[in-house]
Design a protein around this ligand. Structure first.
Ligand SMILES: Cc1ncc(COP(=O)(O)O)c(C=O)c1O
Length: 341
């Protein structure tokens, strides 16, 4: 029997078809700007999101770090949700690499309210230089720790327009933006119309092995190119990786709906199970978070013995993520295993 690996959508392996495309990709030295496959991925992602330019990057973390560096000066403050990836899981990069402090915004299942964001924007000029300059508002869509939740178009527009009116740039951590787009049926370029930069990961639900693309105006992506160099993210024959991203854009976006359906099946199967607390409203895309009465680590071990892998996110919090390699049988086995343990 195969293991059912629900820890993350980052565990996906490139499919045979994706590997075939990678193995025949045209490549060149991308630091010299000579890799036509990388250039094609950058251009396609930018045009899909209605922006002028894109930059291929090795990871979502670097993409966010570069965006923050482009939009801020040392001593500035970024405004982000209190459990956002940028704050919780990026090693404090905003402080170390950009010299920024952070103002944290509370949320409802990862989705910030415009008035809460506004109340966190501080400006030096209004506080006799007591305050740092809040210059960048970050949104995460889908919101990972919110449960894979999605912003509505109105919420994005309201936050972005308020931020712009306060002289802040707007960055979207769209590691899983295509999950949000498939779930909402909205048009990608419209969703991010008011965002200055958007970070997209190809290595999560899209199923490519490595990387992402940061998109924005020509001007900001030129700056991003310089920061990528300084952060050590310039890659050479990276077309072999970008080819996987191009394949994913053609073949792995629409199918995200299957992952969402299976996450829903999993959640509905688990609702009411003894020892589990599950908020079905948070299950909007490919994630299922559950609060557990028992220690999360104990449950991880018991499930592992049933060949099912889930992730302990906190002492009593477990995350499960559906993806390319999770089928109906895997969902059924997981629901049954929870009932058994
Ligand atoms: C919302 C979000 N942003 C950014 C990242 C960072 O991506 P990477 O692991 O490629 O650095 C992740 C990774 O899981 C994520 O969930």
């Amino acid at each position: 029997m195969n293991r059912v690996d629900l820890r993350s959508d980052t565990v996906t392996q490139p499919t045979d078809e994706m590997r075939a495309v990678m193995s025949t990709a045209q490549v060149g030295d991308d630091v010299f700007g000579e890799d036509s496959t990388v250039i094609e991925l950058e251009e396609r992602m930018a045009s899909l999101l209605g922006k002028e330019a894109g930059l291929f990057v090795p990871s979502g973390t670097m993409s966010n770090a570069i965006a923050i560096r482009c939009h801020t000066q040392p001593g500035d403050e970024i405004i982000t949700e209190e459990k956002s990836h940028i704050y919780v899981y990026e090693g404090g990069g905003y402080a170390a690499l950009s010299g920024c402090s952070v103002a944290l915004v509370s949320s409802d299942l990862g989705i910030m309210d415009v008035s809460d964001v506004e109340s966190k924007i501080r400006k030096s000029a209004h506080g006799k230089s007591h305050y740092p300059n809040g210059t960048l508002v970050c949104m995460e869509n889908t919101a990972n720790r919110g449960g894979g939740t999605c912003y509505t178009q109105e919420q994005i527009d309201d936050i972005a327009q308020m931020a712009i009116s306060k002289d802040c740039a707007v960055h979207m951590d769209g590691a899983r933006l295509f999950n949000a787009i498939i779930a909402s049926g909205l048009e990608p370029a419209r969703v991010v119309r008011d965002c200055d930069t958007i970070s997209i990961c190809i290595s999560k639900g899209l199923g490519a092995p490595v990387g992402g693309v940061l998109v924005g105006s020509k001007k900001v992506i030129e700056q991003a190119h310089r920061w990528r160099k300084m952060f050590g993210g310039g890659m050479r024959q990276a077309g072999i990786l970008a080819a996987a991203g191009l394949y994913a854009l053609d073949h792995h976006i629409e199918r995200l709906a299957e992952d969402h359906f299976r996450a829903r099946q999993l959640a509905e199967g688990l609702v009411g199970t003894t020892g589990i607390d599950l908020n079905i409203n948070s299950v909007q895309t490919n994630m299922v978070y559950i609060k557990t009465e028992d220690l999360a680590d104990n449950i991880v071990k018991l499930l592992a013995a049933e060949l099912i892998d889930v992730l302990a996110i906190g002492t009593h919090l477990i995350r499960m993520v559906t993806h390319l390699h999770i089928d109906d049988e895997g969902i059924e086995r997981t629901v049954n295993a929870f009932k058994k343990i």
